[in-house]
Write a protein that binds this ligand. Structure first.
Ligand code: PGA
Length: 257
């Protein structure tokens, strides 16, 4: 059985300007004891305008954080007003790029096909996609959770080699739990993440399924992180609201302690 280092990712969404971002990361680093980073990886996903500042801070002070982005386009360059190329993110030493977040899908109309192109573009620049999936409350209540989520995984991993799948991150985020204060029960979250891993096993093989890291996301906080993170198929968390508060995010990061 492969040991998977948990990944806790702070998705700041459209919050914190670059001054606030620097202060937040400095405070967070101060709050988390150094030895905690031996057992957990932490990525920070600020808005695009903050990324260069946070890159400089992480590199100059040798902080134990990985740099992440929330989104990118799938083309290298061109007439795409307002978009950001994966090539630009790679130049800033960005390690993780969230892709297919439900807010991008629901608010900005990202389709499975676009998400698939983004996964391939992020991999092309040797960054790691955090591929998001999740169902609405209506879909869950209609018994369609697995069909929706596993369909998103099938589309998102199309054309990705087993070796690449093994290294990437999938985030299961039930849409009804995002920003609502409602969290899936640890049992439901585990069942969904196990189903996602089963889908990877079916599409690839055992070794790939045992290596891929699967995060849970949706109202994760210091209080619910320990139970969620102790589930066998949950390898970390994608954290929105709680990642904006260094005290709360530090508690999530130290879930094991
Ligand atoms: P939340 O957001 O933790 O505020 O629910 C999670 C996410 O959207 O990634």
């Amino acid at each position: 059985m492969t040991t998977r280092t948990p990944l806790i990712s702070g998705n700041w969404k459209m919050n914190l300007n670059h001054f606030e971002a620097i202060q937040t990361v400095q405070k967070l680093h101060y709050l988390v004891p150094k030895q905690v980073f031996e057992g957990v990886e932490v990525s920070i996903h600020p808005p695009f305008t903050d990324i260069r500042s946070i890159q400089t801070l992480i590199e100059s002070e040798d902080l134990d954080f990985s740099l992440g982005a929330q989104h990118c386009h799938f083309e290298d360059s061109g007439a795409f007003t307002g978009e950001v190329s994966p090539a630009f993110l790679a130049k800033l030493n960005t390690k993780y790029v969230i892709c297919g977040h439900s807010e991008r899908r629901e608010v900005f109309g990202e389709t499975d096909e676009m998400v698939s192109k983004k996964v391939l573009a992020i991999l092309k620049y040797e960054m790691t996609p955090i591929l998001c999936c999740g169902e609405t409350l209506d879909e869950r209540e209609a018994g369609d959770m697995e069909a929706k989520v596993l369909g998103q995984i099938e589309a998102g991993l199309a054309g990705v080699s087993n070796e690449q799948i093994a290294s990437l991150v999938i985030a299961y985020e039930p849409i009804w739990a995002i920003g609502t204060g409602k969290t899936a029960t640890a049992e439901d979250a585990q069942a969904a993440c196990a189903a996602v891993r089963g889908k990877v096993r079916e599409m690839a093989d055992d070794a790939t399924a045992d290596s891929v890291r699967i995060q849970y996301g949706g109202s994760v906080k210091g209080g619910n992180a320990p139970e969620l993170m102790s589930q066998p198929d949950i390898d970390g968390a994608l954290v929105g609201g709680a990642s904006l508060d260094p005290d709360e995010f530090a508690r999530v990061i130290q879930f094991a302690g």
